[in-house]
Design a protein around this ligand. Sequence first.
Ligand SMILES: NC(=O)c1ccc[n+]([C@@H]2O[C@H](COP(=O)([O-])OP(=O)(O)OC[C@H]3O[C@@H](n4cnc5c(N)ncnc54)[C@H](OP(=O)(O)O)[C@@H]3O)[C@@H](O)[C@H]2O)c1
Length: 280
Amino acid sequence: MIWLRGEPVAQKLMAEVETYAQQHALRLDIILVGQQEASRIYVKRKMEQARKVGIHAVLHHFPELTTPSELLRHIETLNADPAITGIIVQLPLPSHFAEDEILEAIAPSKDVDGLHPYNLGLLMQGRPNWAPATPWGIVELLLHYEVPIEGRHVVIVGRGRLVGTPLALLLSRPVAYGNATVTLCHSRTQNLFALTRQADIVVVATGQPQWFPPEAVRPGAVVIDVGIHRQGTKLVGDVQPAVAQVAGALTPVPGGVGPLTVASLLSNLCRLHRYQSRCQ
Ligand SMILES: NC(=O)c1ccc[n+]([C@@H]2O[C@H](COP(=O)([O-])OP(=O)(O)OC[C@H]3O[C@@H](n4cnc5c(N)ncnc54)[C@H](OP(=O)(O)O)[C@@H]3O)[C@@H](O)[C@H]2O)c1
C-alpha cells in the first residue's frame, strides 16, 4: 500500500508560488465574518502561508452582525482596487447571509476560490482559468503520483460544491488531467458500496468522520480521503483506518489532501495575476 502524502506536492507548488511572487507583487485579501473557530484557524493558516512566500495578505474581519449590504459594499471597494490580486470570502458565512449572492459579488477575475458562477461555467466547459482549491489539489496529487486517470472509473462520494461537484467536472472533461468516467454519489445514492467497489479511484468527501469502511473498496483501488475532523487531540478523515489494508494507495489524514488546499489556493492567486495581466 502506498501512502499518497500531500506535503511533497504542496512544497513543489509553494516553491513555484514563491518564485512567481518574487517577480510580481501579489496581494490576497481575505474577508472573515464572525468568530467561528474553524474559520479563524483556516484564515490564519492561509494568511501565514501566503506571507511565508512573499504574498501581501490582508485580513478584513467583520463582526457577526454585519449586514449583507455592508459586506457587498466592501467587496465592491476591493473589486475596484487595482492593487488587490485576489479576494476570498471565508465560508461558511453567518446564516443571515445568502452565500451565493456574496460569492457572485466578487469580480470573477479576483475570485481565488473559483466559486463565482462565471468561473464555474468555464469549469463546466472544460476550460477553467483556475478551479476550486481542494479539487484542484487532488488533481495535482493524482498527477504527482502518476495515478492513471484517463479511462478509469472514479467514484466520488459527496456532491458538495467545494469538493465533490467541481472534482467530478475536472476529472470528466476531455483534458490532460481528465477523461475519467465519473460517478458522483450522495446521501440518496442506493447501493453506494456496490458502486464504490467498482471504482479504480474512490474520493470520499462527505464530512462524516471515519465512516467509509474497507468493504466499500475494491482491493488495490486508490482512495482519496478528503475529510478532516478533530477528535480530541487527533485529526481524522472520512475513511476508516482499516481501508489501508485493502487499498492500493491512500491519502493519510492528516498529511494527505489537507496540505494541498492552501498551496493550491495560492497557486490560484498566480493564475489570477497572469489572467489579469493578459486582460490589461
Ligand atoms: N482537506 C481539506 O483541505 C478540505 C477542504 C475542504 C473540505 N474538506 C472536507 O471535505 C468534506 C466535504 O466537504 P464539502 O464542503 O464538499 O461538504 P458538503 O457540502 O457538506 O457535502 C457533503 C456531501 O456528502 C454527502 N454525504 C454525507 N453523508 C453521506 C453518506 N453517508 N453517504 C453518501 N453521501 C453522503 C452529502 O450528500 P447530500 O448532498 O445528499 O446531502 C453531500 O453531497 C468535509 O469533510 C470537509 O471538511 C476538506
